[in-house]
Design a protein around this ligand. Structure first.
Ligand code: UDP
Ligand code: MG
Length: 132
């Protein structure tokens, strides 16, 4: 069993699709071990996304991620990291496959509804960040 961190981003919270996304998480067979709603400051969002600090989208991304409440979930399942990323779909909703959450609920490459850890190391950091 593996753990991963999922986030329902501010755009999806504002769209009132928290329930639909959590239903999908449960339908996919993930166990929700922990869950909370938070409103990050931009400084906190910057710490969370520090791996992207040199990217051109860093400032805009962290502004967006601190623009409203988010729902943070600790998920467990078999190959949870890969499985959750498959359910999310590609970063850019326009490139994401039909049936993925980003295709269904994403608005742009930045406002793409959900987050998921991309490796065991990242998952460790991200889970500690929110649920230490
Ligand atoms: N992002 C962005 N512009 C880009 C690429 C990414 O605004 O050109 C945002 C988007 O919200 C994405 C996040 O930065 O989810 C982290 O980027 P990453 O490449 O790690 O994509 P992810 O792992 O979320 O698919
Ligand atoms: Mg990533």
């Amino acid at each position: 069993m593996e753990k991963t961190l999922a986030i329902i981003k501010p755009d999806a919270v504002k769209k009132r699709v928290i329930g639909k996304i959590i239903q999908r998480i449960e339908d996919e067979g993930f166990e929700i071990l922990k869950m909370k709603m938070v409103h990050l400051s931009q400084d906190e969002a910057k710490r969370f996304y520090y791996v992207h600090k040199d990217k051109p989208f860093y400032n805009s991304l962290t502004e967006f991620m601190s623009s409203g409440r988010i729902v943070v979930l600790l998920l467990e399942g078999e190959e949870a990291i890969k499985h959750w990323r498959e359910v999310m779909g590609a970063t850019d909703p326009a490139q994401a496959k039909p049936g993925t959450l980003r295709r269904e609920f994403g608005f742009s490459i930045e406002r793409n509804a959900v987050h998921g850890s991309d490796s065991p190391q990242t998952a460790e950091f991200e889970i500690q960040f929110f649920f230490k």
